[in-house]
Design a protein around this ligand. Structure first.
Ligand SMILES: [Mg+2]
Length: 216
């Protein structure tokens, strides 16, 4: 059986899908963030991905690492709040495991897992946050551990990613009953209970976009 490859176009397509996604979901993320934060999450993602949209074709000639680094830099430069820098850092680091590859090369599934690991780990570091604090980590950390476990258990790549997306959604749902111990929602104490974390919500949808673009 031929090795499973996520080609260069896959990585471009994910970004190209995130651009309209940030517009379509802007009001929803604003609504979530208005309930427990400062309401800027939808706008921040929209501003960031509008900037990405301006340059995505010119960046596409670079290898995957440089392409994603450019995406991350744009988000870091243009987006305020907490989520912008966290998303920015994710994309900045995401391609590092395959930084030595040529401009037309993609990644194996094992490499893809390393890339997810890099991106998700930097979010924990930058946010000085972990699971159970009502942040995007509640989506990302269970998704990552599920992805690794499913891969090790021998699941086919897309099936493994499907499980990761489901674990991320369960993690997202778990933020509803949490009080926040990190981020702006921390000040709300018990009043944050009953609301989903906006960063956990948007990252769950981002993972789904990574999943949907994967070949069978
Ligand atoms: Mg906010």
């Amino acid at each position: 059986m031929a090795e499973y490859i996520l080609d260069k176009q896959y990585f471009i397509n994910v970004i190209k899908d995130l651009i309209p996604w940030a517009e379509e979901r802007k009001d929803y993320f604003t609504e979530l963030d208005s309930a427990i934060g400062d309401g800027d999450h939808g706008m921040n993602l929209s501003i960031g991905f509008r900037e990405v949209a301006k340059h995505v074709d010119e960046w596409s000639v670079e290898n995957v690492n440089t392409f994603y680094k450019n995406v991350g830099k744009a988000l870091l430069d243009k987006v305020g709040g907490s989520a912008g820098p966290l998303y920015g850092s994710f994309f900045m680091k995401f391609g590092l495991p395959i930084k030595a590859k040529g401009p037309d090369e993609g990644a194996t599934f094992d490499e893809f897992i390393q890339m997810m690991d890099k991106g998700i780990t930097i979010i924990q570091k930058r946010g000085k946050s972990t699971i159970g604090e009502k942040t995007m980590n509640d989506t990302l950390m269970p998704a990552l551990s599920t992805l690794k476990a499913a891969n090790e258990a021998g699941d086919a790549p897309k099936a493994a990613m499907a499980k990761a997306v489901e674990a991320g959604k369960e993690g997202l749902e778990s933020t509803r009953d949490m009080i926040a111990t990190k981020g702006r929602a921390m000040r709300l104490g018990e009043r944050a209970v009953g609301h989903l974390d906006p960063g956990a919500a948007s990252t769950a949808e981002m993972l789904e976009i990574f999943y949907k673009n994967m070949p069978e």
